[in-house]
Ligand binder design. Structure first.
Ligand code: ZN
Length: 90
């Protein structure tokens, strides 16, 4: 590490600067490795979020440029059968 006082390089195992004699700060410990499972879970959540965004986009109607690129054109007159009245929650 570099001495904070004079800026000269010191080996990591040195406690005082070889040049100016000032005490060197303790070497920074390497960050602990995170749980790989947590990372995988994060990727999974991101994938789920992307999936939902795509679903919402398809439900709301994609721009024609996106439709042509995806190859799944949805008819503009897409008819959704309305639920008959009387089938409410019991
Ligand atoms: Zn120094």
């Amino acid at each position: 590490m570099d001495c904070p006082n004079c800026g000269v390089y010191n080996p990591e195992d040195r406690r005082v600067c070889w040049r100016c004699g000032k005490e060197l700060p303790k070497p920074v410990e390497p960050p602990k490795k995170k749980d790989p499972r947590a990372r995988t879970q994060t990727i999974l959540w991101v994938a789920i979020a992307v999936f939902f965004v795509i679903m919402i986009l398809q439900l709301c109607g994609l721009p024609k440029t996106l439709q042509s690129s995806l190859g799944t054109p949805t008819p503009s007159s897409y008819h959704v059968p309305a639920a008959p009245p009387g089938l409410g929650l019991g």
